[in-house]
Every structure is written in structure tokens, then in C-alpha cells.
Ligand binder design. Structure first.
Ligand code: SF4
Length: 139
């Protein structure tokens, strides 16, 4: 995990009721990279899933992680928030070894997406898939 917490307000998510959880806290990226290096060097692990709720809530730590992790040649999978996902993030992630990005689409109907306060729309979710594909990642 690079970070913990999510400031969003999806109506079905238990985390939104916990103040501690709603604050995004980012770990020292050098420390995360050092953990990855330990996994590679000591256990031969080459693929990892980042288990942050959404690894792209904050741009700078994600981009820093991507640039520092690239030399390790690992493969990653992570959750992202679709409405924040963009070409800059996607390019950095793909180049760093991310092969799959996931998001909670939840519904194909904008009315339902509005009711559950997902802060996304069908168009946003579609754009997420297209952006991932454009950069060679599965979604
Ligand atoms: S974006 Fe994800 S983690 Fe954040 S409130 Fe919604 S469901 Fe919960």
C-alpha cells in the first residue's frame, strides 16, 4: 500500500462514516520502493497488487512511485478512481509496469451513479477503460 484512506462519499461504502478513514495518508515512497526491492531480492517476487482503495487519489506520490519502481521491472495491478484517471497517470503507470487497473464501475446508469454519489458517469467510466487500453493496460 502506498496510501490509505479515501475522501469520497459513495453511499454504499462503510469507510465514509469513519473520519480516520476519510483522510488520505501517503507513505514515504522510498520506503515502499525499498519493500518492493526486498521482495524481489529475497523472494523473487515480481508481481504485486497495490491494495490502496485508489492508488491515484494523489498525483505526485503515484508519479514518484512509478518513476522509482520502474528499474525493478515488476508488474503491478491497482485500483484507481476513474474520474481522476488521466493520460499522465496512465502513461507513468504503464511505463512503471502496471499491467491492470481496476475501478468500481458499479452501474451503467447515470441516475444510479448519481444516487450512490459515485462522482462518475457512464462517459467517465468509458473514458477510464479507453485510457487504460490506450496505454496497454487491462481494465
Ligand atoms: S471511492 Fe471507493 S473507497 Fe472511496 S468512498 Fe467510494 S467506494 Fe469507498
Amino acid at each position: 500500500m502506498l496510501s490509505q484512506g479515501c475522501p469520497y462519499n459513495c453511499s454504499f461504502c462503510c469507510g465514509r462514516l469513519v473520519p480516520y478513514y476519510r483522510r488520505v495518508r501517503v507513505r514515504d515512497i522510498a520506503s515502499v520502493v525499498s519493500e518492493m526491492r526486498h521482495l524481489v531480492d529475497n523472494y523473487g517476487i515480481k508481481s504485486v497488487m497495490a491494495f490502496d482503495d485508489e492508488v491515484n487519489l494523489l498525483n505526485e506520490p503515484l508519479l514518484e512511485f512509478c518513476s522509482k519502481i520502474k528499474p525493478l521491472g515488476m508488474k503491478f495491478r491497482a485500483f484507481v478512481k476513474a474520474n481522476l484517471f488521466n493520460d499522465i497517470q496512465a502513461e507513468a503507470m504503464a511505463s512503471a509496469g502496471f499491467v491492470e487497473v481496476c475501478t468500481g464501475v458499479e452501474a451503467g446508469d447515470d441516475r444510479i451513479l448519481g444516487i450512490i454519489d459515485k462522482q462518475t458517469t457512464r462517459i467517465i467510466n468509458k473514458r477510464f477503460v479507453q485510457t487504460a487500453r490506450k496505454h496497454g493496460m487491462r481494465s
